[in-house]
Write a protein that binds this ligand. Structure first.
Ligand code: DAH
Length: 365
């Protein structure tokens, strides 16, 4: 279109051009708005209370009726054009926002799923199950005792009175409860379960019979957690023991030898295994022995490995079980379950059992 130079233009044309300029400046401003807030600010500049279109409307008061008509209609056209541009931009911004959101939440259904790995038992738990199964097959039941133990069960009842030097070998963690002289403690071994279980066994037998029937033998193992102030590659402040106890009227050291030898050969699946009962001392047994084992083949062949303490239950302990030591006799042993686990799987650092590292643990599934 040919444009007249401004100074020739009749009033109407000049004003039209001004309106066109406002419309295109609004379109430009809307196009530049990248957020809804930008867009609303831009809108205010044209359609707001002091916006350019509103100002033009206000200025119409001074015009003649005829002029008002044309002028009003022209301003309206411009206003509609601005509103159309505004709405179009609003829609475009909303579409873009939706698009962005859809992209962010996009699911790639072709990706392989994240499998939930099957869990497995801890190697020490596997050992515990194995020990329970083997002794179970020899007629032993399984008993449990508390990990926070009374001084009496942990020491005194086991023939370790208050000033006995053997107590210092069992440095442990004392906890609130019990008496000032004999506070409760984290049990230093599973041996207190011997006395707890025997007392229950005797009481249950007494409750059942008043005709002097013979008491069934006590044959029990007690696996569980134990605690001592000790920490290095082969000692942990928390570790696992399994106690064993067999009391009857005629149970002797030779039964201990037979039972424990059978157990070890079954546990390690090897007849090629020798045991040695090495004289030792425990307050709760007399005589006492450390049990060492030796593999005749394999990577550990030829070395004596200490695996348990044992002995014939001391008469004082039998008495504390509520039994007459003249009539009842038997043996006990206490073995380290962590040790058995290390030997079975060839693990050389005890701490691996307690680190919770799945690269280690998942090898036992
Ligand atoms: N309780 C002992 C310890 O932790 C091990 C032990 C030795 C248990 C001889 C027994 C036993 O039952 O007869 O060192």
């Amino acid at each position: 279109m040919l444009r007249c130079p401004d100074h020739f233009a009749p009033n109407g044309y000049e004003k039209m051009n001004e309106l066109d300029a406002i419309v295109s400046s609004a379109q430009g401003a809307f196009a530049q708005a990248v957020t809804p807030a930008d867009l609303e600010n831009a809108k205010a500049r044209f359609l707001g209370k002091t916006g350019s279109i509103t100002e033009l409307m206000k200025g119409m008061g001074a015009l003649s009726v005829e002029e008002k008509k044309t002028r009003g209609a022209a301003i309206n056209v411009a206003k509609q054009a601005i509103e159309a541009a505004l709405n179009a931009r609003r829609q475009a911004l909303a579409d873009a926002e939706l698009q962005k959101q859809l992209q962010a939440e996009a699911l790639d259904v072709s990706l392989p799923g994240r499998a939930r790995g099957a869990g497995g038992l801890h190697p020490v738990s596997l050992t515990m199950e194995r020990i329970e199964a083997i002794f179970g097959s020899m007629g032993f039941e399984v008993a449990q005792g508390p990990e926070i133990e009374a001084d009496w069960y942990n020491f005194t009842a086991l023939n370790t009175p208050e000033d006995h030097p053997a107590r210092s070998m069992h440095d442990t963690f004392y906890v609130e409860g019990g008496s000032a002289k004999a506070p409760n403690l984290l049990r230093t071994h599973t041996s207190p379960v011997q006395v707890r279980h025997a007392l229950q066994h005797v009481a249950a037998h007494k409750a059942k019979t008043d005709r002097g029937e013979p008491m069934p033998e006590i044959r029990v193992i007690a696996p569980g957690r134990t605690y001592r102030v000790d920490s290095d590659a082969t000692h942990s402040p928390m570790f696992h023991q399994c106690e064993g106890l067999w009391i009857g009227e005629n149970v002797s050291f030779k039964d201990l030898k037979y039972v424990f030898t059978e157990f070890c050969r079954t546990f390690f699946e090897s007849d090629d295994l020798v045991l040695r009962f090495r004289p030792s001392f425990f307050p709760f047994t007399e005589p006492s022995a450390e049990i060492d084992i030796q593999f005749q083949s394999g990577p550990l062949a030829g070395r004596w490995l200490e695996v348990a303490g044992s002995g014939q239950v001391h008469p004082n302990v039998v008495r504390n079980m509520g039994l007459d030591p003249e009539k009842y006799i038997g043996f006990a042993f206490g073995m380290g379950m962590d040790r058995f686990t290390m030997l079975r799987y060839g693990v050389n650092d005890l701490r691996l059992f307690f680190d919770g590292d799945l690269r280690f643990l998942s090898q036992f599934k």
